[in-house]
Design a protein around this ligand. Structure first.
Ligand SMILES: O=C(O)CCC(=O)C(=O)O
Ligand SMILES: [Fe+2]
Length: 234
């Protein structure tokens, strides 16, 4: 790799050109063996590590991000291998990922449209395990104000087919401005609004039943506090 901090050189060919800046979609980023291993590790975590939300459950690794700074916890080796690999691609502008959120979605589950917010470097990278999903993107409300009330449908702009074993990177406006969400459905019928089909082998009109999907969302939290400062030690 010529320049580990330059995301453009290695990843340019993975940019989804049909979307606003910037989405990178990398199919088969990990092998099936790695996928199995990562799933095994996720399901080895003790039960209290899971937080049940409506529509999904999650594990938080690396510390709890908050506006005052994240009290960091060392990532386990099985996650470090991947946070280091993705950081080496230059996804976080030379910084190292220090936070991983594991989300588990059963068929029929999803996540409401949202933005990931200012606590993170404006990049999120996601490894998908176990099942595909379809990620939908929406214009922010502020950009679409008018006399007519704006519905989710009128703010919708496009979708991505996110396959198991893939890596997805969202940056720039696609991170900062547009909302992303996953519909709580048990199968996806691919429409022409799924803009990355050419790199997936799937086609408009295909019906893809979902199974349980585990996503690893890997981020860099710039603002951290050291434990010994909190404890009043110098
Ligand atoms: O599961 C995913 O791919 C999306 C998760 C997500 O948007 C989040 O955790 O903020
Ligand atoms: Fe998100």
């Amino acid at each position: 790799m010529a320049n580990p901090c330059n995301i453009a050189t290695d990843l340019e060919k993975f940019i989804v050109k049909e979307a606003p800046p910037t989405i990178y979609y990398i199919p088969n980023f990990i092998t099936e063996t790695e996928e199995e291993y990562l799933l095994q590790q996720v399901y080895r975590a003790p039960k209290p590590k899971w937080t049940q939300l409506s529509g999904r459950r999650l594990q938080n690794w690396g510390g709890l991000p908050n506006p005052k700074g994240m009290l960091t916890e060392k990532l386990p080796d099985w996650l470090l291998k991947y946070t280091e690999k993705i950081s080496a691609l230059g996804a976080f502008a030379g910084k190292a990922a220090n936070h991983v959120l594991v989300n588990e979605y059963k068929p029929g589950e999803g996540i409401m449209p949202h933005v990931d917010g200012p606590l993170y470097h404006p990049t999120v990278t996601t490894i998908s395990l176990g099942s595909h999903t379809v990620l939908d993107f929406y214009k922010p409300v502020c950009e679409t104000q008018s006399e007519v009330p704006q519905t989710e449908k009128s703010r919708y702009i496009l979708s991505l087919l996110v396959q198991r074993k893939s890596l997805l990177i969202l940056q720039d406006d696609m991170y900062k401005c547009y909302l992303h969400g996953i519909q709580g459905v048990s199968e996806d019928i691919l429409s022409e609004h799924v803009v990355n089909l050419s790199s997936t082998g799937a086609h408009v009109g295909n019906t893809l039943p979902r199974s349980t999907r585990v996503s690893l969302t890997i981020r860099h939290v710039p603002k951290v506090v050291r434990a010994n400062l909190l404890l009043g030690k110098k």
